[in-house]
Design a protein around this ligand. Structure first.
Ligand SMILES: [Zn+2]
Ligand SMILES: [Zn+2]
Length: 401
């Protein structure tokens, strides 16, 4: 495995030379980096954008006030509305932005795409184009400085800090490699991108605030601070947990060499997006989990639409591929295929990771980049194993591109 790994070239590195094992920089030093060094190299590697930091602080304080007015003065219907609107716009993110538009796990009719873009606009997580760009880059350069929310810079950075700091130069450099041509051919996505500010005011602020006032005569302060700000910040934080907690706290049954983990708590909160070790191994799988578990409402929604023929060409990994991957690369925690005797070495604990120094040219090889190449090769091999859904689910033959 090691020999195969080190003879590959680094993706996107142009004429990078092939490296002998001795030339590879160390990924995990024997001693953990000093706390001070981690802080400097991690959190404060790029300058803080104070305008954004202050903005997020104020938004969170308003959300806390929103929770207070909901508790103190909100009607029962408003509580139900916060839950339902959070659920629906959550599907706009999980089913729409993530599984459909980022990973193309299935094909959808224009009506479904339109509905998902509207729900995604209500969620208020930037336009689809930017959301997809960041997430494709996260997958392509996971856990490196070219990952917009690189978890190696700590929980806070991967959760919200990345939105209040200047992007690392590697994010700009490697961002040029992200192909978004499919989105540029989608008029619904491009319409949302072009008119996002107007659509945000209408769909993300006014619509969710006016419904409780007009429909059940809710107080304006409850509608604005509770039904809008509190719900919006809650959905945002749950989405961010996939970037932070689901890269730190859990098991790695499918690939022990990456940071992404299986995190039940995040899966429950995020409508099924917490089975993240699986998802990073098989990002094109519409279930984003091995079994489409009970904590995966998003998969149930896609299945529902598939049965009615609204979405087609659902992709998912065959059991044999999952078994092969778990046995070859997992950490031995898979309930069925996990066997500690077959695993070679445990995942390096988070605090033992070596942060790439700021001055390291991003095009220089590191074991992380090489591992990514290895994952890409594994993903290419995976295409041979994928099988179609039973026709009863409304799925047609699929093509992986
Ligand atoms: Zn991830
Ligand atoms: Zn993803």
């Amino acid at each position: 495995m090691v020999t195969q790994t080190v003879t590959r070239t680094v993706p996107g590195a142009g004429a990078s030379p092939k490296l002998a094992p001795a030339e590879l920089p160390a990924l995990a030093p024997a001693e953990p980096a000093a706390k001070k060094e981690r802080l400097y190299m991690g959190y404060f590697l790029t300058p803080v954008v104070w305008k954004n930091a202050l903005g997020f602080l104020v938004l969170h304080l308003i959300a806390v006030y929103g929770l207070y007015v909901l508790c103190a003065r909100g009607k029962v219907l408003s509580w139900f509305y916060v839950w339902l609107s959070g659920l629906l716009c959550g599907f706009g993110v999980t089913v729409g932005a993530h599984r459909l538009f980022t990973h193309r796990c299935f094909r959808a009719s224009w009506g479904v795409r339109f509905a998902l873009v509207v729900l995604h606009t209500i969620a208020g997580q930037n336009c689809m184009y930017v959301w997809v760009r960041d997430h494709r880059q996260h997958h392509r350069y996971s856990d490196t400085h070219a990952d917009p929310h690189n978890v190696q810079r700590g929980f806070f950075f991967s959760h919200i800090g990345w939105l209040m700091m200047r992007k690392h130069p590697a994010v700009f450099e490697k961002g040029k490699n992200i192909d978004l041509s499919d989105l540029e051919r989608d008029p619904i996505v491009m319409f949302q991108k072009r008119y996002y500010k107007t659509l945000y005011v209408l769909f993300a602020i006014m619509l969710p605030t006016m419904i409780p006032i007009l429909a059940w005569d809710e107080r304006p302060d409850v509608a604005l601070f509770g039904c809008y700000f509190f719900r919006m910040i809650m959905v945002l934080n749950i989405t961010w947990l996939v970037n932070s907690a689901a890269h730190m706290f859990g098991t790695r049954p499918f690939n022990k060499n990456i940071e992404a983990v299986e995190c039940k708590m995040v899966a429950f909160l995020s409508l099924g997006e917490g089975w993240h070790n699986y998802h990073h191994c098989f990002p094109w799988d519409y279930r984003a989990a091995e079994l489409g578990s009970k904590h995966d409402l998003s998969t149930k929604v896609i299945d529902f639409m598939a049965r009615r023929g609204w979405v087609t060409d659902l992709k998912f990994a065959s059991e044999s591929l999952v078994r092969k991957r778990a046995m070859e690369m997992g950490d031995g925690t898979h309930a069925k295929y996990g066997d500690p005797a077959t695993t070679h070495e445990p995942h390096q604990p988070y605090q033992h990771h070596h942060f790439m120094p700021e001055e390291t040219p991003i095009s220089a090889a590191s074991t992380k980049w090489v591992k990514h190449e290895e994952d890409a090769a594994a993903a290419a091999a995976a295409r041979e194993f994928v099988q179609t859904l039973p026709t009863a689910k409304g799925a047609a033959a699929m093509s992986l591109s």
